[in-house]
Ligand binder design. Sequence first.
Ligand code: ADP
Ligand code: MG
Length: 256
Amino acid sequence: MEPVAPIVKFSSLKKRYGAGPWILEDINLAVTADDFVSLIGPSGCGKSTVLKLISGLSPGTEGGLEVLGTTPKQARDRQAFIFQDATLLPWLTAQRNAELPLRLRGAAAPERAAKARAMLDLVGLAGARDYYPRQLSGGMKMRVSIARALTLSPQLLLLDEPFGALDEMTRNRLNEELLALRERSRFTALFVTHSVSEAVFLSNRVVVMAANPGREHGEVRVDFPYPRPAALRGSPEFLAKVNEVTQLLHQVEATS
Ligand code: ADP
Ligand code: MG
């Protein structure tokens, strides 16, 4: 069998800002194409920094980081970042917002319109294309944000607490939709969350981080097959995984 080429590979990576304390110490996370990895851990343990390093927004200080076979900066065109704040431009419609990344890349108007329309259809916003952000609910804004990211057909999707501001029902629905989108678009996902059940529902791997300095504390594999039905959340196997992750988090919180 061919060895599986990693999509993201940290090698003893350390990070600090200026002469400050180590923010991350000895990160060795490796992510492969089929992975949906969630990062979970106390505030300030460096989850967002891990995503920023991958996206090339912030250089590492020591050690190595390879993304999609190259440097984070050179892999930029093949990855997309989704934040908790949907960051839509208020003066543009949902359609225009979704077209923006392709516009910035110089795509022709018909092409970017068609692609944005297709992605908005996919996230269930066919009827809301001409709405402005102020006319959209929080969940709808996040759907536009996801559609916008997917217009670039990224191989790697980085999501930093994308559903943290949403109510639980909306969050659950978006979790299911995100997995359905992944069945179609086949991206690798790295997902930061504070919600244990969200991490378990979405991921095949949940990485628990500790703080001061930020590091990998442990990992829980979640082998439920995809696509995962909403009813999975009520099963004893699911709750056992939630407990496993929660116990790792308790260990981390007791020591930081
Ligand atoms: P998390 O996302 O897990 O809450 P972050 O990655 O945002 O953690 O932050 C990790 C640590 O790095 C925190 O202590 C934070 O204060 C620090 N930090 C983040 N960004 C900067 C920066 N630009 N300059 C200095 N320190 C930073
Ligand atoms: Mg963060």
